[in-house]
Write a protein that binds this ligand. Structure first.
Ligand code: LFR
Length: 487
């Protein structure tokens, strides 16, 4: 038996989970969680790495209380952001968050030298509404080149934290593939992009596949005398989440629900067609060399930002309470496009949602329940429209959708998605990211042979809730309405 700790860092909160794999048995339990959000430092949105590292160590302590033996630790996180390491192994400054408006300020200079279509053909990654690694790296090279001159290597967030705890300097394939700097065919950093944009790619460490050992917890890391190896799991949270879903040959559609809703299809090779480009879909690399053909939809960020706003006014609601109020609210209210540029980090979210509704000639939701319901219905409609288009472009008939992550606990939303998209939905497991993270660690110890075997363990050991679509003409009308918003 092997025992693995998964550290899953999200843009809204982090978690530590303990997983045990033995023969046909697979169990995962959460031992620690904390809130996370970009913090303002000198007018910029950054990630407080010292705090993140402290929280990771606190999580390890909790894991140690529950299990004497810990075989390994693996860290995953959201994509695209990175830290700069100086020649003494020091973190030069807190990493910028992709939500900081300035990190995308030089993007037009990028597309002036290399077209969006060409970037897509090389990397499989499309242009969308957040600053990916390439944009941020380009921004640094043009606007803060002094920082890059002091940089010995660039580490993505999970590798940055593992390095601080004793792991090797490296990049990991699933996460590197989100950067728009990796060649999706050769799976190496793209020299063509480096050349065309005159960027120092020599700061980027070699790319390794997930499921390998990269060191051991270091005494100095303040990890409380825990002996454990560090494994490079699928370190991009979405890659881990999709690895943790019981997908198979006939069942390829996934929806990972968190701050972002990441929706797509698992393919064997990238889909780089003109149609795929025009749809705005990306091809990210998954475990076992698979491709996640996907689109990001702004997800629980909308609700979390509302909750934060309400909390500032002493109106404190748990997620369950909001869910209850949303269920008690009349169906088919106003709709928003979750990806409208007005729903950004600085927004007063309830107010931004109300203004969107007024701008689109709809009654603005007023109560917390109405706002939550408006978010859920809008997400369901956007998902339904998007999955239909993705299936058409990839030439795949979608028969089921597998949903993992926090949304699994939201029966109302699961039912809405199934009905809006007219497809059956399998919801589970909720801790899908940690599950995928742990499975890729278990591969490093040959406890499981490959991810297909891991997925069978998930299907046999974890609860998957089933939802069947309910016929309702009003979902059709809602989809038509959202299309009139230009979605
Ligand atoms: C999900 C995710 C997405 C990525 C976005 C920003 O948490 O990792 O896959 O596109 O966050 O990094």
């Amino acid at each position: 038996m092997t025992t693995h700790v998964a550290v899953d860092l999200g843009a809204n909160g982090g978690k530590t989970l303990l997983g045990k794999v033995q023969d046909d048995c697979f169990r995962v339990e959460e031992v620690y969680h904390f809130d996370n959000r970009p913090v303002l430092e000198n007018g910029r949105y950054v990630w407080d790495i010292r705090n993140l590292r402290k929280r990771v160590v606190m999580g390890l302590r909790e894991a140690k209380k529950r299990s004497n033996e810990i075989t390994s630790v693996g860290i995953d996180s959201w994509g695209v952001d990175f830290g700069l390491i100086g020649i003494y192994g020091d973190l030069i400054q807190n990493p910028y968050s992709y939500r900081d408006p300035r990190v995308s300020s030089t993007v037009d200079q990028i597309t002036g030298r290399i077209s969006k279509r060409e970037l897509f053909k090389i990397t499989g990654i499309n242009h969308w509404n957040i600053a990916n690694t390439l944009w941020q790296y380009h921004y640094l090279s043009r606007k803060e080149s002094g920082l890059l001159r002091r940089t010995k290597c660039v580490l993505m967030i999970p590798q940055l934290i593992s390095f601080m705890l004793g792991g090797d300097v490296c990049a990991e394939e699933t996460l590197a593939s989100t950067t728009q700097m990796m060649d999706v065919n050769s799976r190496a950093w793209s020299e063509k992009i480096a050349g065309k944009l005159d960027l120092p790619f020599d700061r980027l460490p070699g790319i390794r596949e997930p499921g390998v050992k990269i060191g051991a917890l270091h005494e100095k890391a303040e990890a409380p005398k825990i002996k454990a190896e560090i494994v490079l799991p699928a370190s991009h949270d979405t890659a881990a989440a999709v690895a943790g879903m019981p997908l198979d040959r006939n069942n390829k559609a996934f929806l990972s629900t968190g701050t972002w809703f990441v929706l797509g299809l698992e393919l064997n090779k990238p889909c780089l067609s003109k149609e795929a480009f025009e749809l705005g879909a990306s091809n990210e690399v998954g475990v076992g060399g698979t491709i996640r053909f996907l689109k990001n939809i702004t997800g629980f960020f909308l609700l979390e930002e509302c909750r934060r706003r309400w909390k500032e006014n002493n109106r404190i609601y748990s997620y369950d309470e909001l869910l209850k109020r949303a269920s008690e609210t009349a169906a088919f209210g106003p709709l928003i496009d979750p990806d409208d540029p007005s729903f950004v980090i600085e927004a007063d979210m309830p107010h931004a949602i109300a203004s969107y509704c007024r701008r689109s000639w709809q009654d603005a939701p007023r109560s917390e329940g109405q706002i939550a319901r408006c978010i859920f219905e809008s997400l369901a409609v956007k998902i339904a429209l998007t999955i239909e288009r993705m299936g058409d472009v990839a030439g795949i008939k979608i028969r089921r959708l597998n949903l993992g992550g926090g949304g699994v606990r939201n029966d109302l939303l699961c039912q809405m998605i199934s009905s809006a998209a007219s497809i059956p939905l399998d919801a589970g497991p909720p801790e899908v990211t940690a599950v995928g993270n742990i499975l890729t660690q278990a591969i490093a110890y040959s406890e499981i042979g490959d991810i297909a075997e891991g997925r069978r363990l998930v299907a046999e050991n974890m609860e998957i809730k089933k939802f069947e679509p309910e016929e309702n003409q009003r979902w059709r009308e809602a989809k038509d309405k959202m299309e009139t918003f230009g979605v």
